[in-house]
Each structure stands twice: as C-alpha cells, then as structure tokens.
Design a protein around this ligand. Structure first.
Ligand code: MN
Length: 201
C-alpha cells in the first residue's frame, strides 16, 4: 500500500494568530508531504513493510533502516499533530480525560507545566508527547527527531495521545528562536476532544 498526505480538517489560516498560515502551509504541503513520499519510497518493494501499519512497523523499528524510521515517524507524527489541533480548540479537557490528567499529574496546571517543560527542553529537533502507557497510566515524555513513543527503543513506550512538534520548521517564521512562546500558543489550539478519543481508543 502507499500512504497519502492526509488532508487537514481546517484551513492553513485557521489556527491564526497562534500558528500562522505560512508556517502551516509549508509544514503540511512541503515537510509532511516529503515525509510521506519518502516513507513510501522506503517501504516500497518490501512486502513485509508494505503490509504493516505504521504502529506495527514502529514496534520493530530497530530492525529497519533510518529512512523507514525518520520518514515513517515524520508521516505518522504530523498526521497526529494536525488532528490534535483545531481552531475550536484550547481551554481545558473535561470528562474522563480531565480525571485521568488530575489522577496522574495532580492538576491540569501541573500537567501543562510538565508538558511545556518537556517541549522546551528537548534539545534540537523533536517532539513532546502525552503518552497512554500499556497499564493505562499517563506520562509526559519527549523524543528526538521524528521518533515517537510507539518505537521499540523509545524511553517511554505507549500510545501518543497528544504531540507537539518542536522542530524549528514548526515555529521559526513567526516565533524565530522563541520556542517557549510557540509552546504557550499551542495550548490555545489543542483539540481536547481528539485527545480524549485517543485516550479511549
Ligand atoms: Mn514538523
């Protein structure tokens, strides 16, 4: 099978002023498109890889090439990223997700601080994650480059339910070197309904 660049559920300008339209356009139409096309190239001709889901591939990623790891991660991570944001997002989660966050982090504010800190302190390029652990718990972590918590060698393994891209390509046009301002802006566009759906999945 071959992967296609996922369509966004909103316009490139929809997350303004928090994430600017030009950044969204380049990020989706250029960066994500390139990961998708290179992922297809990397799995092409391998019946083993072509017939597995990204999740299955990641669970044995250390067996595969850097091209599969980097571009498969890039394909998957950005797909999640677009979905966990919405122009109607922001605020705080409710229901079971709010309960789980309070249970595992003490309060929403302490979770927010922990996640923002993971995003701010990830050296170089990478991602901050909220991960659903195999035992049902929640944990904040970060990964370098296009790695993610589904990969077999991840420090914290589990299902990512919220992810923030902290590569410079995600924020440099608007925020330049001010990564903390971009991280703060992200909280205004988080699609908590989607995060809650992933918690239940
Ligand atoms: Mn990116």
């Amino acid at each position: 099978m071959s992967y296609e660049l996922p369509k966004l559920d909103y316009d490139y300008s929809a997350l303004e002023p928090h994430i600017d339209a030009r950044t969204m356009e380049i990020h989706h139409a250029k960066h994500h498109a390139a990961y998708t096309s290179k992922f297809n190239d990397a799995i092409s001709g391998s019946s083993d890889l072509e017939n597995k889901s990204p999740e299955e591939i990641f669970s044995h990623i250390s067996r595969h090439s850097a091209a599969v790891r980097n571009n498969g991660g890039g394909y998957y991570n950005h797909d999640l990223f677009w979905k966990v944001m919405s122009p109607k997002g922001g605020g705080k989660p409710g229901g079971d997700l709010a309960d789980a966050i309070n249970r595992h982090f003490g309060s929403f504010d302490r979770f927010k601080e922990k996640f923002s800190n993971a995003a701010a302190t990830r050296f170089g390029s990478g991602w901050a994650w909220l991960v659903k652990l195999p035992d049902g718990g929640l944990k904040v972590t970060s990964t370098p480059n296009q790695d993610n918590p589904l990969m077999d060698f991840a420090e914290v393994k589990g299902a990512p339910i919220l992810g923030l891209d902290v590569w410079e390509h995600a924020y440099y046009l608007k925020y330049q070197n001010r990564r903390p301002e971009y991280i703060e802006a992200f909280w205004n566009v988080i699609n908590w309904d989607e995060v809650a759906r992933r918690l239940k999945a």
